[in-house]
Design a protein around this ligand. Sequence first.
Ligand code: TMP
Length: 214
Amino acid sequence: MDSASANSPGRFITLEGGEGAGKSSQIQVVKDYLEARGIDVVVTREPGGTPVGQEIRNLLVSGDKDKWSPLSETLLILADRAAHLERVIRPALADGKYVVCDRFFDSTRAYQGIAGGLGLEVIHNLQQPVLGTTLPDVTLLLDIDPEKGLSRAQERGGDLRFESKTLAYHQTLRQAFLDFAKQEPERMVVIDADRDIEAVSTDIITVLGERLDV
Ligand code: TMP
């Protein structure tokens, strides 16, 4: 698999995981670490990394858990991703920036492909034209027991459409992410997110140093 840096000067880092894994706090740590080394960083997220993507995000994350089927979710997410790649991610990578993205294509594979039951082949065929050769250089998988993650997410509040899917869905999701990491150890690193924020940050910084030579 080609990574972003195969055809652009920037680097592409993604954070993945189930609900309540602490991605948002750790993204800030990644940004501060890279900026302290003089690197230009763009922090972004999916869904919702562009103004139109924010509209799609609102459609996806609110309302009844069964309001969209996994196929409808995928199509909405890919519309978001296409705009995000065209308007934010590829231009930043071409400028030599480091893009740090909260969720990307592994989320679609895990949520819609495995937990949602569409299968990885369907997801691959749908998302390949959107992705082209833009793939992450490094993916940090923040792993946590879904029962703990979901209770963290409930405490945080807000729109909880995905959080209200069954525990079995979230357990399948966790295993899917772990399986991806096993299949692609050169890209994906599993971080135990069931620890205090500082311990998780220390691991992340070590991984970035090793994998990106920064
Ligand atoms: P967030 O709360 O981590 O920002 O993510 C919003 C929700 O979007 C999250 O519950 C998972 C869902 N999602 C998918 O189901 N598939 C995807 O491909 C992406 C990017 C997000």
